[in-house]
Write a protein that binds this ligand. Structure first.
Ligand code: NAP
Length: 475
């Protein structure tokens, strides 16, 4: 059951605005209308930047920013059920995963409030050089300016939270463009911000054609930073087009996990089954490529496959559902085509590989060749590969054999092996005896290689969205 179809306006300069045009949002599961949102274009984007710039002329003190962020966290707690239903309805995310996301957004706001209160520069030890003798110097940490934020469909609430909460904590006004497929969670968050006392212009939300709004954010010099989460293809192009702005990118991954012979296989199988298929694999750190020591390959599969086959595939609104739909038909067809490519190349499909009704069944593919798409590109679907290896060197080489580098994991009971992997896996984060899908919202989170160029988590994002200003006093 979807939430009642609703109609929402854009938020620009503290006003809820209609444009006469609408963007329709349909349930990825049933195709039913979830609602419609006023459609923004370049003109609204310019007005939103005007409003953000005007808001920043009257800075909000840190304690006020922190109070507003804490209030939003409280509202998210009180309206948890409604928030989770909104995420689930527009993204097709199983309700139990949507509830986790809604709870995590509270934590993101709470952590951002802490950072707002801590924001400070540092003393510079001036007498450390002859030139500095007789001088006192320190830095101020100042907001970078208006921030353009662009977010993806897969965590429509918490990834918006990771954009706006740190920006507000840093003292920056925001122009947000959420994914067109999932604008309602972002607009709900904007309502909560307004209710929490955020003055007009500090948060502006635009829903509409990505390239038109994106072009304005890129071309307008008043937007000093763009913080983008989404695909590598779109992200790196934005960075190329805006060389004089700070363009912060959180992009995709083809997440590997190594399972060593000495690991606890029950623990590994449980964590892998839960984290390869949650939200139908549409997480940037969904477990995708599992490398298992050959001596334990059959043992792991014996534990892993029954857990995969026990996952409940179906209606995301049902509390028991583990795996729901992909975001749209194009995504579904692409995932099926990649499975077919592997099958035709001779890889064995151990389970799944077909549809359950309209939904892609959780699919496990054995030993695909490393150059197949499922083995090196980001599937972003309910597909996981399991490949046998003979040595740790080989496993690490296979895991690193991708253009991506966001998070990776290893299961082992040997601390030396774990630490060796932590050093040699070319990823922004390495989990040990935990699926690399794990994320707590205060962690530094981000990638290397094609996966991005920044770290999120409020403390790290605030650093990215502020600038040091040096002050020197002659004594
Ligand atoms: P996407 O197609 O790149 O879209 C992301 C956002 O960019 C959407 O708001 C989209 O707007 C917008 N966009 C598209 N083209 C644009 C353009 N030319 N200029 C400006 N904005 C543009 O990605 P997605 O399919 O929503 O999300 C999936 C991807 O995000 C995956 O690769 C996943 O790994 C990655 N991701 C990364 C992280 C992380 O933290 N590293 C987290 C989650 C997801 P429209 O919706 O209007 O097209």
């Amino acid at each position: 059951m979807a939430v009642t179809a609703s109609e929402k306006k854009l938020l620009i300069g503290g006003e809820w605005v209609e444009t006469g045009d609408w963007v329709e949002v349909r349930s990825p599961y049933s195709g039913d209308l979830v609602g419609r949102v006023a459609k923004a274009g370049a003109a609204e984007a310019r007005r939103a930047i005007d409003a953000a710039e005007a808001a920043m002329r009257e800075p909000l003190p840190a304690h006020k920013r922190a109070e507003i962020l804490v209030r939003v966290a409280g509202f998210l707690g009180r309206r948890h059920e409604e928030v989770a239903q909104t995420i689930s309805a527009e993204a097709g995310k199983p309700l139990k995963a949507a509830k986790v996301e809604a709870a995590r957004a509270m934590s993101t706001f709470t952590m951002a409030a802490v950072e707002a209160r801590k924001l400070a520069g540092e003393m510079v030890p001036m007498d450390a050089s002859q030139a500095g003798e007789g001088k006192l110097a320190f830095t101020l940490r100042l907001p970078i300016g208006v921030v353009g934020a662009i977010s993806p469909f897969n965590f429509p609430l918490n990834l918006v939270a990771h954009k706006i909460a740190p920006a507000l904590a840093a003292g920056c006004a925001v122009v947000l463009k959420p994914a067109s497929q999932t604008p309602f969670s972002a607009l709900l968050l904007a309502e909560l911000e307004t209710e929490a006392g955020l003055p007009p212009g500090w948060l502006n939300v635009l829903v509409g054609p990505a390239s038109e709004i994106g072009d304005v954010l890129v071309e307008d010099d008043r937007v000093r930073a763009i913080t983008f989460t989404g695909s590598s293809e779109v992200g790196w192009k934005l960075a190329e087009r805006a060389p004089r702005k700070r363009v912060k990118l959180e992009l995709g991954n083809a997440t590997p996990v190594i399972v060593e012979a000495d690991s606890d296989l029950d623990d590994a199988a449980t964590k892998l089954a839960a984290n390869a298929f949650s939200f139908a694999g549409q997480s940037c750190i969904s477990v995708q490529r599992v490398y298992v020591h050959r001596s334990r390959y059959d043992d792991l599969l014996g534990r892993f496959l029954p857990k995969v086959e026990a996952l409940v595939v179906g209606d995301p609104a049902d509390e028991t559902t583990d795996v729901g739909p992909l975001i749209d038909r194009d995504a579904r067809d692409r995932v099926l085509a990649w499975i077919e490519e592997a099958r035709e190349a001779g890889a064995e499909i151990l389970t799944g590989g077909d549809l359950a009704g309209e939904l892609v069944r959780p699919t496990v593919i054995a030993n695909p060749a490393p150059e197949l798409k499922v083995a090196c590109e980001e599937v972003f679907g309910p597909v996981c590969t399991v490949t046998a290896y003979d040595s740790l060197d080989e496993a690490i080489e296979l895991a690193n054999g991708t253009r991506y580098g966001l998070q990776a994991g290893i299961f082992t009971s040997n601390v030396k092996t774990a630490l060796e992997a932590a050093h040699r896996l070319e990823f922004g984060g390495v989990t040990i005896n935990e699926a690399p899908t794990f994320r707590a919202d205060q962690m530094p989170y981000g990638g290397v290689k094609d996966s991005g160029n920044t770290r999120e988590g409020p403390a790290y994002a605030v650093r990215e969205l502020t600038e040091d200003r040096l002050v020197v006093i002659d004594l």
